[in-house]
Design a binder for this molecule. Structure first.
Ligand code: FES
Length: 150
């Protein structure tokens, strides 16, 4: 510890006094080869300190942002955006739409979300649209059966 203290208290100031540090930019241009060699360790040290001081900032500006994984891994990958028209008239009493992007019948659900959930621990599921009674047609089927029986 004393050696470090001595270095900073005695040797470093002595070195800095001996270094031919020009006071102007023009003075740097007038240095000869030996003076540049004496100045070199100081320049290296200052460069390292400068780099260490700025490196957290450089990483903010110069690192590439990591791309997040795609949710859609297979549906119409050649398109810029997957948008699906589905006529309301074609909904019928019940339609089940995929929200996990794993279905082979996209935009309809084929149950692939179950495998995805099993593998990843996720909890995604489909969007289920039912008729206004919310029975998916079962109520109408029951009504029809009742009418037949009557
Ligand atoms: S297959 Fe995607 S929600 Fe069912």
């Amino acid at each position: 510890m004393e050696a470090v203290w001595k270095y900073f208290k005695v040797q470093l100031p002595a070195y800095l006094k001996a270094v031919p540090l020009p006071k102007t930019f023009q003075g740097f241009l007038n240095l000869n080869r030996e003076e540049w060699l004496e100045l070199l360790p100081l320049l290296i040290l200052v460069s390292i300190l400068f780099y260490l001081a700025l490196s957290p900032l450089t990483s903010l500006f110069f690192t590439k942002k990591k791309k997040r994984p795609h949710i859609n891994t297979k549906v119409d990958k050649d398109k810029e955006k997957v948008a699906t028209d589905f006529p309301i008239e074609d909904l019928g009493d019940k339609k089940v739409f995929c929200r996990c992007w794993k279905s082979n019948k996209f935009p309809l659900c084929d149950g692939s979300h179950n495998q995805h959930n099993k593998e990843t621990g996720d909890n995604v599921g489909p969007l289920i649209l039912k008729s206004s009674e919310g029975t998916g047609g079962k109520k109408e089927e029951k009504k029809a059966k009742v009418k037949k029986e009557e």
